[in-house]
Design a protein around this ligand. Structure first.
Ligand code: NAP
Length: 461
C-alpha cells in the first residue's frame, strides 16, 4: 500500500473534459467508500456540461435536466472545476502526471467523419456536428458560415443526430424561439425558406441507427409531414424476425408513417432508404446545387447487412448537404491515440500504449473517447462507474510519490496567462444567461464567444 488515498493524503485525480462522462466518473469517485479522492475537472471551454450544453437539441430541454446531477457533484467539497484550460496547450499531459496521481480523459469525440466523395468541400456542404455546435452556441462554431437560403436540404446518415438536424431545420421558429437555441441560429432559421429535408440512409429501415422515440417525436410535430415510401419498407418475414427489437419498433413507426399518404403540410421530411451520396454537385460557382445518389441493395454481412451500390443513380436538387455520419475522437498531445478508431486505446478504461499494447500506469479513458461515439447520456453513467472501479482498484499500486500542493497548478496556469474559470464563475455566467433568457422570453440566451464570457466574468467578479 502506498498510503495514498487515506484522509491525510487523498488520491488526487485530474478528469479532463466536463461533459457527462467526466461528471459521472467524478461523481462515482467522490461518492464511494474506500480511498478518499480529490477531483479536479479540467475543461477547454469556460462552460461545463459538454454535449448536454452543446449537443442536445434546444427543443429537448428535458434531457438537459441531467445537469442538476452534475451541479450536485460540483458542490462536493473535494471537487474543483478548472474551466478555460486546454490540456495539451495550456497544460501538458506530463504536467498532469506530475500534479495528479491519476488522470482520466473524458474528452468525448469533437471531430466528425467525412464521406470521402467529390464535392464535399463545396460551400453549403457541412458536417452535422458543426451545425449542431452552431445552433447550440458552441464558441468553436460561432462564426461558421451557415447559409440556410435554400428550399431543400439533404441530410446523410440515419442516426439520432440526423433526426435532430432535420427537426431543427423544419420545426419552425415559434417553438425554437422559446428554447436556449443560439440567437444567431434562430435569426438564420427565421429567414430560411427551407421546406424539405431529405434524409439519405445507406442501408434499409431495419438497419437505421435512430430510435423509435425520436422518430415519433418528429412525426408528432405540427406542420411537418414525414414521408416514407412503403415500397422501401418491404422485408421478408424471415428477415423481420431476426431484427433486434429497437429496429422492429422503428419499422412499426415507419410503417404507420408510410400509410399516411401524400404530405399534408408545407414542411416535409422525406426518408430515402438504401441510398448513398456519391457526389455533392456544384453550381459552377463553388456552391452546392444538389447530390448525386446511388441506389443500394442490402447484402448479408455476417450477422448483419451491408449496403452495396446497384449502379442505378438519381439526382436531388438541394442547396445544403449535412453529413451526419458520426462523431470522431481527437488526439491529445502525449496521450496514446488509435487514429483508425478515433479513440484512446484502452482495456476497460485503462489506457494502453497502442491497441492491444501494454497498460500505461495512472492514465484512464471514459465515455466516447474510450468506447467510440455511441450511446445516450445515461450510457456514460454506467461507463463512469465502471472506469471509477478500475481507478479505485489501482490506488493500491500507486507510487508513494509526493505531489505538489493542490494550489500549485492553478497558480502556475495563472502565471502563464491562462484565465481560469471556476465553478463559481460558471454559476455567474449561468445566472447571466438565464436572466438574458428571461428578457428574451427564452429558457436561456447563451453566450457564444469566449471573449464575451470572459468580459462578463470580469464585470461580475
Ligand atoms: P450514429 O447513431 O452512429 O449514426 C450514424 C449514421 O451514419 C448511421 O445511420 C450510419 O449508417 C451512417 N453512416 C456512417 N457512415 C456513412 C457513410 N459513409 N455514408 C452514409 N451513411 C453513413 O451517430 P449519431 O447520429 O452521430 O449519434 C451519435 C450517438 O448519439 C448515438 O448513439 C445516438 O443515439 C446518440 N444521440 C442520441 C440522441 C437522443 O437520444 N435524443 C440525440 C442525438 C444523438 P450505418 O448504420 O450503415 O453505418
Amino acid at each position: 500500500m502506498s498510503g495514498v488515498g487515506t484522509g491525510a493524503r487523498p488520491v488526487r485525480v485530474a478528469v479532463v473534459g466536463a461533459g457527462p462522462a467526466g461528471f459521472f466518473v467524478a461523481e462515482a469517485l467522490l461518492k464511494r467508500d474506500g480511498p478518499v479522492f480529490e477531483v479536479d475537472l479540467f475543461e477547454r471551454l469556460p462552460t461545463p456540461f459538454g454535449l448536454v450544453r452543446a449537443g442536445v437539441a434546444p427543443d429537448h430541454q428535458k434531457i438537459k435536466s441531467v445537469t442538476r446531477t452534475f451541479e450536485k457533484t460540483a458542490q462536493h467539497g473535494r471537487f474543483r472545476f478548472l474551466g478555460n484550460v486546454s490540456v495539451g496547450r495550456d497544460v501538458t499531459h506530463a504536467d498532469l502526471l506530475t500534479h495528479y496521481d491519476q488522470v482520466i480523459y473524458a474528452i468525448g469525440a469533437s471531430g466528425d467523419r467525412r464521406l470521402g466523395i467529390p464535392g464535399e468541400e463545396l460551400t453549403g456542404s457541412h458536417s452535422a456536428t458543426a451545425f449542431v455546435g452552431w445552433y447550440n452556441a458552441h464558441p468553436d462554431f460561432r462564426d461558421f458560415p451557415f447559409e440556410l437560403n435554400t428550399q431543400r436540404a439533404v441530410v446523410v446518415g440515419a442516426g439520432n443526430v440526423a433526426l435532430d438536424v432535420a427537426r431543427v431545420l423544419l420545426r419552425g421558429t415559434d417553438e425554437l424561439a422559446k428554447t436556449d437555441i443560439a440567437a444567431h441560429a434562430l435569426a438564420a432559421l427565421r429567414k430560411s425558406p427551407l421546406r424539405e429535408v431529405v434524409l439519405l440512409a445507406r442501408r434499409g429501415p431495419g438497419q437505421a441507427a435512430f430510435t423509435a422515440g425520436e422518430l415519433e417525436d418528429i412525426a408528432a410535430l405540427p406542420g411537418i409531414s414525414v414521408v416514407v415510401d412503403r415500397a422501401q419498407l418491404k422485408l421478408d418475414t424471415a428477415r423481420l424476425d431476426r431484427l433486434p427489437a429497437p429496429a422492429r419498433r422503428n419499422l412499426a413507426v415507419l410503417e404507420a408513417l408510410a400509410m399516411a399518404g401524400p404530405p399534408k403540410h408545407e414542411r416535409v421530411l422525406r426518408f430515402e432508404f438504401l441510398a448513398s451520396p456519391v457526389e455533392v454537385l456544384g453550381d459552377g460557382r463553388g456552391h452546392v446545387r444538389g447530390v448525386r445518389v446511388e441506389r443500394n441493395a442490402l447484402v448479408p454481412d455476417g450477422d448483419d447487412f451491408k449496403a452495396k451500390g446497384t449502379g442505378q443513380h438519381f439526382e436531388l436538387d438541394a442547396g445544403l448537404v449535412f453529413r451526419s455520419v458520426g462523431y470522431f475522437g481527437q488526439p491529445v498531445p502525449g496521450v496514446p491515440f488509435d487514429a483508425k478508431a478515433g479513440v484512446i486505446p484502452n482495456v476497460d478504461g485503462r489506457v494502453t500504449e497502442a491497441p492491444g499494447g501494454a497498460v500505461v500506469p495512472r492514465v484512464y479513458a471514459v465515455g466516447w473517447i474510450r468506447r467510440g461515439p455511441l450511446g445516450v447520456i445515461g450510457t456514460n453513467k454506467a461507463d463512469g462507474v465502471a472506469v471509477a472501479e478500475k481507478v479505485v482498484h489501482d490506488v493500491a499500486a500507486l507510487p508513494a510519490e509526493a505531489r505538489p500542493p493542490r494550489e500549485a497548478l492553478p497558480v502556475q496556469l495563472s502565471a502563464r496567462g491562462v484565465k481560469l474559470v471556476t465553478y463559481a464563475d460558471w454559476l455567474a455566467l449561468d445566472a447571466l444567461e438565464l436572466e438574458a433568457g428571461r428578457s428574451a422570453a427564452k429558457v436561456r440566451e447563451k453566450l457564444s464567444r469566449i471573449e464575451e464570457m470572459m468580459d462578463a466574468l470580469l464585470r461580475a467578479r
